[in-house]
Design a protein around this ligand. Structure first.
Ligand code: GLU
Length: 465
């Protein structure tokens, strides 16, 4: 059975790089009918924050990435780590090292002077004598000096490093008794039965050390997939400004979670030249072996394009619900379908859609100065007045087609062109000249509302005369 995990450190918000890692692990586990586990790497008690933890859960909820079993918190597992430290000490695969900070600094200085790579010299590796007094020792693991660590990375291919080049007998327990990062990751991955570790390639240099721990404890080594970073369009590390902000910020900006997941799955993985992936397709087609070997570039336009696609294809009940987050409540409006249909083809984000909906649903508080100057002249005031009169005498008008028929016959009677009426009418209805189809807007605002809005504009221009 495939068991994967997402293992965030709750020291900041969850950003899209993290969410992409989570998504890949989720897809691979679900595709194989395996398990996807969540482990919170909160051993750095000083840097943890409750908000960051909440933000991770919130982002999982929003995107629908569900995990199996209870969340594992490393901070609650110190006893487990301790027992494995003791086991290694007993088996002489690890040892106490009594070197003081001063001694370590001195050693380092000398090594740098000799142009050697600074490293622990192993002086307590086989120490048998009386330990020095007054020093709280660290515990170091015996790394297999002279050997190589090799593994087949599912993305990068064969990785082989000489132990002596990349590590020394590294610390697995600090002098204050707390275990170190690579040690606990290896213990947890082994105890949680993780078979596949998909993570950012910033962790690639940790993997050989974790493999040393696996081997020392006789654990099975999982399969590793190290995913290249997401870069900005300039090829630099993605910053907050480029898009590496809190995942929930995407919700606030009006993105649908399925658009974000689709965007992320393609950011570093591809299947033929397909761009749109439903979750069902992702589950069927995703394979971490196909993850790109090179870094991918964040493309804000593509995310907008995908979001527009998902908005356009969402059922209107869903959009009505989503718009509530942006303060637009249209569930009891009898023209809500017309409103949504009219907006969903032209909105790149839900926020944009909500703003456009508010413009239609509310009588404008003010009018765009430039539009007033350009389109509201003596003759347009006349046209609006005539239109108002004719509207007051008209029968009930409901659907956009009813309005279209009414407007067209009015224009014919008055010998007008559509644009002579449409722009001033738009200003009256929504405050400026930007709106979807005028017939849709008229239909949603309704006859009473249209009359009210035209009168309001006329009052403002003519000062009530
Ligand atoms: N906690 C690590 C991080 O936030 C991930 C560790 C791992 O995936 O092995 O980057």
């Amino acid at each position: 059975m495939v068991v994967t995990r997402f293992a965030p450190s709750p020291t900041g918000y969850l950003h899209i790089g993290g969410l992409r890692t989570a998504l890949y692990n989720y897809l691979w586990a679900r595709k194989n009918k395996g398990k996807f586990l969540l482990r919170i790497e909160d051993t750095d008690l000083k840097r943890n924050s409750k908000e960051a933890m909440e933000a991770i859960k919130e982002a999982f909820d929003w995107t629908g990435l569900s995990y199996d079993e209870d969340v594992i918190y490393q901070s609650k597992r110190f006893d487990i780590y301790k027992s494995y430290i003791e086991k290694l000490l007993k088996e002489k695969k690890a040892y106490y090292c009594y070197m003081t900070k001063e001694e370590l600094d001195k050693l380092r200085e000398e090594q740098i002077k000799r142009k050697e790579r600074p490293r622990y010299d192993g002086r307590y590796r086989d120490f048998e004598g009386e330990p020095p007094k007054g020093v709280s020792p660290v515990v170091r693991i015996k790394v297999p000096l002279g050997e190589s660590i090799e593994f087949e990375d599912g993305v990068k291919g064969k990785i082989s490093v000489k132990v002596d080049d990349v590590m020394d007998d590294f610390i697995i327990q600090r002098s204050d008794g707390t275990p170190t990062y690579n040690f606990v990751v290896a213990i947890d991955d082994a105890l949680m039965g993780i078979t596949d570790v998909i993570r950012g390639d910033d962790h690639l240099s940790n993997t050989p050390k974790q493999i040393v721990v696996y081997k020392a404890l006789g654990f099975d080594i999982p399969k590793f997939y190290h995913v290249p970073m997401i870069l900005n369009p300039q090829g630099k590390k993605l910053s907050k400004r480029d898009g590496a902000m809190d995942v929930m910020e995407y919700k606030r900006m009006g993105y649908l979670p399925e658009a974000l997941l689709n965007f992320l799955v393609r950011l570093g993985w591809s299947y033929k030249d397909q761009e749109i992936f439903t979750l069902e397709e992702m589950l069927r087609l995703f394979d971490p072996h196909d993850i790109n070997k090179s870094a991918s570039a964040y493309n804000a336009q593509k995310l907008l394009w995908l979001n527009a696609h998902y908005i356009k294809n969402s059922p209107y009940e869903r959009l009505i619900k989503e718009l509530e987050f942006f303060g637009v409540f249209i569930s009891d409006h009898d023209k809500r379908e017309i409103l949504i249909d009219s907006l969903k083809d032209r909105s790149k984000t839900l926020k944009e859609m909500a703003d456009a909906a508010k413009k239609i649903l509310n009588t404008p508080k003010e009018y765009d100065e430039k539009a007033l100057k350009k389109f509201i002249k003596e003759e347009t005031v006349d046209i609006l007045k005539k239109f108002l009169l004719s509207l007051k005498e008209a029968k009930e008008l409901h659907l956009p087609v009813d309005w279209e028929e009414f407007v067209k016959s009015f224009m014919q009677k008055e010998d007008l062109k559509l644009k002579q009426l449409a722009q001033p009418l738009r200003i009256a209805l929504v405050g400026d000249t930007v709106s979807p189809s005028i017939y849709d807007v008229l239909s949603v605002v309704g006859k009473e509302g249209v009359i009210f809005r035209i009168e309001k504009l006329l009052n403002q221009i003519t000062g009530g005369k």
